[in-house]
Write a protein that binds this ligand. Sequence first.
Ligand code: SAM
Length: 267
Amino acid sequence: MDLRVSYVDNPIMAELYDLVPAYRDRPDKDFYLRCAAASNGRILELGCGTGRVLVPIAERGYPITGLDMSEHMLAKCRRKLEALGKVRTDQVQLVQGNMANFRFNHKFGLAIITFHAFQHLITAEQQMACLNCVNRHLEMTGKLIFDVFFVDFKRINNPLFSEEMEFFGESELPDGRRLTANYRIAGFHTAVQYNDIEMIYYLTNLDGNVERIVHAFPMRYFFRYEVEHLLERCGFRVVDLYGNFDESPLMNDSPEMIFIAEKFKEV
Ligand SMILES: C[S@@+](CC[C@H](N)C(=O)[O-])C[C@H]1O[C@@H](n2cnc3c(N)ncnc32)[C@H](O)[C@@H]1O
């Protein structure tokens, strides 16, 4: 029997997340560290998860608030910060909440949304609610920096991808269990621009028993000018758009769309 999980309802996702090579080695950390170094004032990370990006930012002494809807992901993040020991607790704040509906009683100089977390907001109403919330929490000319994947037209609506494909090969965990993972697109909703994604983990326990854990979630995909229009409606202007974390411009074969947006008006 499959165990179906989400970030919120089961602690296993927080455990597995940091073990996935493609997540652990994602080449975005230096980019977001540069953004942090160039910012003024406190940083807000929405959908901070286990702190893959937040922890290195905090480690360098930049004050940061992380918000995530999953207590399990935040608990993992908290443990990583505690393990470092030297992070000042007044510098880092972790808050459970919804990125489309949050309130703090202070403003930030920079907001970041890393590793496609914005794509968990499926409808335009949710996306605008999030962007308007960010706007209200940024100083004038403060920046919002976030990435979404650049749509690969060969995959996004291709039924071949509904078959399970290898995500990563087998690796041994520190406790001796073995982990491998596949992924597939379980549903295509082209008219409303989202796919149902399944990340399927196979965890072999020490007794040889294999657990099949399915992390299923909808993922919105975006087009360039749609995001530019959304941002403009929510008081942001795009000052840079990169196609990868080396800050190269967006090109036909870029893997990412990385928006550097500046608040130019109150909403
Ligand atoms: C792909 S993970 C990215 C985590 C982290 N940003 C990183 O780069 O490793 C997505 C995270 O977004 C969080 N998330 C999804 N929808 C959210 C929402 N509406 N509000 C807050 N967090 C959300 C999930 O709980 C999860 O931790």
